[in-house]
Design a protein around this ligand. Structure first.
Ligand code: ZN
Length: 211
């Protein structure tokens, strides 16, 4: 599968959750790189941001839909773009489904599975039916807890909005990561004025997701 996002943290978040599903992930940082990957080795599904350098997500959808090799590949847009006009453009350009950030990895994975199952030539994508999880890793993967919760074991930290300094309102926690040895936790917050934020525990970095 192909993941296209200009933000390294977003790519890592996608990569972690997709790797856990047993899917081989190729990453691209902009639309041009994504096209090179997609047209040289056809992905069974593409997950892309709309806001991309060089070739944006809408143009990427258009080009993939015009090429015979990729015309039927499901394209899931996961974007910080919220303007209805832009989202409608993406749909017209051929996006199969759209999710607005922040979207938890569980929702993204479920949407991808739904899309690929819904694709008429789903038989062409055996990776979905039998994910190539190495047998040695299976127990580790199974044992690793991944969940969304609003009552995490360790309470969420108190944070202020980096833009307007108002206290941020805690909303939800996602616990994931590649394995139990490398747990990850992301807390989602909202500011009434400035939109949603994501706090990553490992790096203690707070970032704005949408306005
Ligand atoms: Zn604010």
């Amino acid at each position: 599968m192909l993941v296209v996002d200009g933000d390294a943290d977003n790519r890592e978040l996608h990569r972690d959750s997709f790797t856990l599903e047993g899917w081989a992930v190729t990453e691209a940082v902009d639309g041009r790189e994504a096209l090179v990957h997609a047209l040289t080795s056809k992905p069974w599904v593409v997950v892309t941001e709309l806001r991309l350098p060089l070739i944006d997500g809408v143009a990427l959808c258009e080009i993939l839909r015009k090429d015979r090799a990729t015309e039927a590949v499901p394209i899931l847009v996961v974007t910080s773009e919220t303007r209805p006009v832009e989202l409608a453009r993406a749909e017209r350009a051929g996006a199969s489904a759209l999710l607005i950030k922040p979207s938890t990895p569980d929702i993204i994975v479920a949407e991808m599975k739904r899309l690929v199952e819904a694709t008429s030539n789903a038989a062409a994508f055996p990776a979905v039916r039998t994910p190539p999880v190495p047998s040695g890793r299976r127990s580790l993967v199974k044992a690793h807890r991944r969940l969304s919760t609003t009552t995490p074991d360790e309470p969420p930290v108190r944070l202020s909005c980096p833009i307007c300094s108002q206290p941020l309102k805690y909303q939800e926690t996602f616990i994931g990561g590649v394995s139990s040895h490398h747990p990850e936790r992301w807390d989602y917050y909202a500011c009434v004025r400035c939109g949603s934020f994501q706090y990553r525990h490992r790096t203690r970095k707070l970032r704005q997701l949408s306005q």
